[in-house]
Ligand binder design. Structure first.
Ligand SMILES: [Zn+2]
Length: 365
């Protein structure tokens, strides 16, 4: 996430917390009986599976695993909760049964972009009626249901230790850039306060050899806080220490392994753009620019002037250029996707040659 520390000193986030963006978890917290029989919640810490309205104390979101039918939960080794008895749920009426059928159709192929009229027709409803029923019973649209389910699958795949790029496909996202759009809102959004100089922060880092030289990846437990390129590991390490003089910095290849591998695979052209959480300090203006950068899909470039327009500050092209130049997290905040309107490659903190390489890599993919 980008935490804005300018002026107030308070951390700000573009979105509210996960409990609100994840309708399934919200239903669980609110003991929303409308979700009973539509989704089931496996609790990884206890091995129990519950319905949304279970009166028991609620698990943390990261310890919750979502199932669309009880059989799947049971075959995954979960035991039915004795308090809420999820095995005894019958659809309240025929319409609820139809919504359940629609949910399963959607879940069966999350890779598909559903044709809603076909989904509706398969359960003998009009598309309009399908939408109304979803709204009435689940309080979300069919599209929001599909998006929430994809997001739940992605979190589960990542929690299972699947590689980021594989997890994206497991979750049924059509392309990494699509994940990227929602990631800014949904992943790595733990609010916190990154103090000046990184005081009180533990930062791990690793250096890897890539086609564009030595790459230093550094991160907190929340996300990548620095990604630097250079010719040798020593100066990169010194640069990191100079940027975070008050932090506890340790070399830790193991902790950085997944991020390094995802980035290396991408740089070698072996994987798509990786979805990685970011944890950087930013002024309010930088945060706007960097968030806008994260919305540019791989393979596209925009001009500094266009980016200025996108953040509602037409005419601030020069300031946008400065914010790009001050980006400490290369790749994950893709400042290489911004080029001069007049043509040419423009400047890049880590050399124009690297920028050219990245743009070519992404446009050829
Ligand atoms: Zn229960």
């Amino acid at each position: 996430m980008l935490r804005v520390i300018e002026k107030t000193g308070h951390a700000m986030s573009e979105t509210s917390d996960q409990t609100i963006t994840d309708p399934f978890y919200r239903a669980l917290l609110e003991r929303d009986g409308r979700y009973d029989g539509i989704v089931y919640y496996g609790v990884t810490t206890t091995g129990i599976v519950c319905r949304a309205s279970c009166p028991a104390r609620k698990p943390r979101p990261e310890n919750t695993r979502l199932f669309l039918d009880l059989e799947a939960a049971l075959s995954a080794g979960y035991r039915p909760c004795k308090r809420c008895r999820p095995e005894g749920i019958a659809p309240a009426d025929e319409t609820v049964g139809k919504v359940i059928a629609a949910c399963r159709t959607i879940a069966a192929d999350l890779h598909a972009r559903p044709d809603w009229s076909e989904v509706a027709a398969s359960i003998s409803l009009s598309e309009r009626r399908l939408r109304d029923l979803f709204q009435e019973i689940l309080n979300i649209s069919p599209g929001q249901f599909a998006a929430a389910l994809r997001h739940a699958r992605l979190k589960e795949a990542l929690a299972d230790g699947e590689r980021v790029t594989d997890a994206i496909y497991t979750a049924g996202y059509g392309s990494p850039s699509r994940v990227y759009e929602s990631a800014g809102k949904r992943l790595g959004m733990t609010p916190g306060a990154f103090q000046k100089g990184g005081a009180g922060e533990a930062i791990s880092f690793a250096v890897a050899d890539t086609p564009v030289g030595q790459m230093l990846v550094a991160g907190t437990e929340r996300g990548i806080c620095a990604l630097l390129f250079g010719e040798a590991a020593g100066p990169l390490r010194d640069r990191l220490k100079a940027d975070f003089p008050a932090a506890k910095i340790v070399s830790d290849d193991g902790r950085m392994a997944d991020w390094c591998r995802a980035l290396k695979d991408y740089l070698e052209g072996a994987a798509h753009w990786p979805l990685l959480p970011v944890d950087v300090r930013a002024t309010a203006f930088q945060a706007k620019v960097w968030e806008a950068l994260r919305k540019i899909p791989a393979g596209q470039t925009v001009s500094y002037a266009e980016l200025a327009k996108r953040i509602g500050k037409p005419g601030a092209a020069r300031a946008v250029g400065t914010a790009c130049a001050n980006n400490q997290a290369a790749l994950v905040i893709p400042c290489h996707r911004v080029v001069p309107k007049a043509g040419g490659i423009g400047g890049y903190r880590w050399s124009p040659e690297r920028k050219r390489y990245l743009i070519d890599l992404e446009t050829e993919a």
